[in-house]
Design a protein around this ligand. Structure first.
Ligand SMILES: [Mg+2]
Ligand SMILES: [Zn+2]
Length: 201
């Protein structure tokens, strides 16, 4: 099964310049839950990787962050989407850790734990730092224009961290992934197509 790595803020929920600090500030973006369901039900394993320097800055506790993630997973499940795992980097940029994107540490850890071939995986983010992390691991990368995406597209670094595709939002990205999959080398059948073939008449 192929994996999709998703950034959180600006991809799944509204980005806040002052950080999402509690559940009340966590607002799903339009179409995000539909996109999660679409990916999950066509057999993709969904992973979320998010920089949360707000933890290192003392703006939110680990307990509150994990509570937000538990609710996010529960609501996604209610909408028919399974989120396999959520990883966050709690460090401040000055700490120069190996997990804060653009570093690929969170992707490396997930790839090892879940035996993911990143060259067969997709990464969706609204920042060039997401794209940079994904490219280092060989993922197919998609920049969404939601969140910070539109501003990020104006940065000169775009030339260096050119995404494989630009989508308007997560739902648009999910649809692109599904179409992309049908045009890839036919190594595996699409889960949907296989299900259709096996469906009893
Ligand atoms: Mg983001
Ligand atoms: Zn970190």
């Amino acid at each position: 099964m192929r994996a999709v790595f998703l950034d959180r803020d600006g991809v799944i929920n509204h980005n806040r310049p002052d950080h999402v600090k509690n559940w009340e500030e966590f607002q799903f973006l339009p179409g995000a839950l539909t996109a999660l369901r679409l990916l999950s039900q066509t057999g993709y394993r969904i992973f979320i990787i998010t920089n949360q320097a707000a933890v290192g800055r003392g703006l939110i506790s680990i307990a509150t962050l994990e509570q937000i993630h538990a609710r996010l997973r529960a609501i996604a499940a209610y909408h028919g989407a399974q989120i396999e795992d959520i990883r966050y980097c709690p460090h401040r940029p000055e700490e120069q850790c190996r997990c804060r994107k653009p570093q690929p540490g969170m992707l490396e850890d997930l790839a090892a734990r879940y035996r993911i071939d990143c060259r067969q995986a997709y990464l969706v983010g609204d920042a060039l730092s997401d794209i940079a992390a994904g490219k280092q691991m060989g993922c197919q990368t998609i920049l969404v224009k939601s969140g910070r995406g539109t501003d990020e597209l104006r940065k000169p670094e775009l030339r260096r961290y050119q995404p494989d595709h630009i989508a308007s939002d997560l739902l648009d990205a999910a649809r692109w992934i599904l179409v992309e999959e049908t045009t890839r080398a036919p190594t595996v059948a699409l889960p949907l197509a296989a299900g259709t073939l096996m469906a009893p008449q």
